[in-house]
Design a binder for this molecule. Sequence first.
Ligand code: APR
Length: 234
Amino acid sequence: MTDKPRIVVSTGAGISAESGIKTFRDADGLWENYPVMDVASADGFARNPALVHQFYNERRAALGKAMPNKAHLLLKELEDRFDVFVITQNVDDLHERAGSSNILHLHGELTKVRALDDDSLTFKLGYNEATTPETVIDGHRVRPHIVFFQEAVPMFEPAVELAATADIFVIIGTSLVVYPAAALLNYVKAGTPIYYIDPAPSRVPAGVTVIRKPATEGMEELARLLLEKYPEKD
Ligand code: APR
């Protein structure tokens, strides 16, 4: 346990937008031209598992060509002065590749698949590795390690516990419309400063300080502000 102030950050698709990865809700219900409920819901997976495997194979290959951006890197740099914990709705690995030390994925991870018969058994894939419903790894058929719509969010409880430990809570690039992730800010201790970086927030919860900028510029502004507000202890 360090005596550094703790920043808990909740990130969504917007933090990866400047890395070239599309967000969800500015594409009128399509995700890379697929209807979201065909490729990101339990019903869609039951209906056409081959399409869902193919969809995440395509997303994984695209991720291999994307790079973390300045916003991801600034979150890593804040670790010099703060205890930084990232809770992300994103399934990309850009926070990992930026070097963040503490990352909790609420909606799963694109670079992993898991055994159909054992949720706790995950397998890491390379960006260009593809799976189908017939793929067998270590004797197990597999599925994308993604939380589909209509499925539980098992990491929400640990995320709530983390949010409650925040000295500072930061929201970056999420439309705050998908629950339970959108409810995380309700679990911070009373009086905890909350900053929200988003160029076009769909709603602004009461008491939240909004930085109406893209993640890269907004993180530069927030980092300056926090480093001033929390000077290095000599
Ligand atoms: N920098 C910061 N924020 C941005 C940028 C940017 N460059 N560009 C867009 N945004 C903002 C948008 O204004 C919007 O508020 O990012 C947010 C993206 O919202 P969504 O597309 O709804 O993405 P997200 O909130 O992460 O979706 C939550 O929904 O589809 C499911 O499981 C999926 O994790 C996803 C969840």
